[in-house]
Design a protein. Structure first.
Length: 122
């Protein structure tokens, strides 16, 4: 179980760190202008009235993704030490942190649920 989950956590860490780069569809303003990444938000014209909102959203995505990745690293370290309870706790925190973006990001919740299921049968 450990190698499979370890690989999945490593992948989730990498994905989580790049949320603001790879992005997902988000719209801003009454015209529903799609801005799908931090880079795209930063490249909006200065006079675009919702530019700051888009930049702030994607900066929050970046911070949240990095925070979740940090907790994912704790889970990875715990898995390497064979401490499945600590790994589960760290992954719980990852999916908790992800909640504001979970409809789009879908990174940590499935991994947390899979580990919980494996541990219940372990």
């Amino acid at each position: 179980m450990s190698e499979d989950v370890t690989y999945q956590v490593q992948e989730a860490i990498a994905v989580s760190k790049k949320w603001s780069e790879t992005g997902w569809p988000v719209t801003f303003g009454p015209r529903n202008v799609e801005v799908s990444s931090l880079k795209q938000a930063q490249s909006l014209p200065k006079n675009f009235i919702f530019r700051q909102e888009a930049v702030n959203y994607w900066n929050q995505v970046k911070l949240t993704g990095n925070e979740a990745a940090d907790s994912g690293q704790k889970a990875l370290d715990a898995l390497k030490d064979g401490n499945f309870s600590a790994a589960e706790n760290a992954l719980y925190f990852c999916q908790y942190i992800e909640k504001p973006f979970t409809d789009s990001s879908k990174t940590w919740l499935p991994l947390y649920e899979a580990l919980k299921e494996k541990l219940s049968g372990h």
